[in-house]
Design a protein around this ligand. Structure first.
Ligand code: PGA
Length: 256
């Protein structure tokens, strides 16, 4: 059995390096004593280097929350894949809905370029996809399929095993979430995503690709999501900033 991936997306938090180090140490402890979990903390760029000094491992490592799609050059304010790799990032979130629709207008083409350059730099992209709304006509399936197709355009099928897909429906993310996604909805979409990936590659690759769910994952819904969600792990926002909550999420995921 593959290990489950539990990814913390700290977003623009916490305020100080001291707090970041405290969270890192606590989560490293709990992950090290788990059997079936690999944890990745996706932290703000400035915390990567100092946290890397506290030692990352395969089981407990770091990720960035974004990257630029060029190797270097005149791109004021941007950060390259080799820089984040050196700073400790072994994974990087790309195409998070907050970057697509809230802070950066990122589009599918940008996401595709970022995945390509990350793969070249031996960093695993965590590709976020997900619909804005759930309509009666189920057009969200088509929407998600299209996002996958554009994100993976011209990427060799053999590289799919080095990509993680995170299904994050916008209506279930963050403080403004309308409601939690049900485990049945998560499971249904995970199967659909596997089918999309199979169609682009082979059924073996579709079965093997890591699919995560993200959106208001918390100690109160993690049991059912692990049991019935049919995913390989979780992308956790708010709850990854609480020692108590994230520890519970790791422990419950480890036992199931
Ligand atoms: P949330 O965020 O867990 O706070 O809903 C998830 C995410 O945006 O990745």
């Amino acid at each position: 059995m593959n290990k489950k991936l539990i990814i913390g997306n700290w977003k623009m938090n916490p305020n100080t390096l001291r707090e970041a180090e405290h969270l890192f140490k606590e989560f490293k402890k709990i992950t090290t004593s788990s059997k079936n979990i690999n944890t990745i903390l996706c932290v703000p760029y400035v915390f990567l280097f100092p946290l890397k000094k506290l030692k990352i491992t395969t089981k407990f490592s770091l990720g960035a929350q974004d990257v630029f799609f060029e190797q270097n050059g005149s791109f004021t304010g941007e950060v390259s894949p080799s820089m984040i790799y050196e700073a400790g990032a072994r994974y990087t979130i790309v195409g998070h809905s907050e970057r697509r629709y809230k802070v950066a207008n990122e589009n599918d083409e940008d996401v595709n370029k970022k995945i390509k350059i990350l793969l070249k730099n031996k960093i695993i992209p965590i590709v976020c996809i997900g619909e804005k709304v759930r309509d009666q006509k189920h057009t969200y399936f088509e929407f998600v399929k299209n996002q996958i197709k554009l994100a993976l355009r011209d990427i060799p099928k053999t590289a799919f095993k080095n990509i993680v897909i995170a299904y994050e429906p916008l209506w279930a993310i963050g403080k403004e979430a309308l409601r939690d996604a049900t485990p049945v909805e998560v499971n249904e979409m995970a199967i659909f995503i596997r089918k999309c990936i199979s169609d682009l590659s082979s059924s073996k690759i579709g079965l093997d690709v890591s699919i995560l769910y993200g959106g208001s994952v918390s100690p109160s819904n993690i049991n059912d999501l692990v049991e019935y969600g049919g995913v390989d792990g979780f992308l956790v926002g708010r709850a990854s900033l609480s020692v108590k909550d994230f520890t519970k999420i790791i422990n419950i995921s480890d036992k199931k």
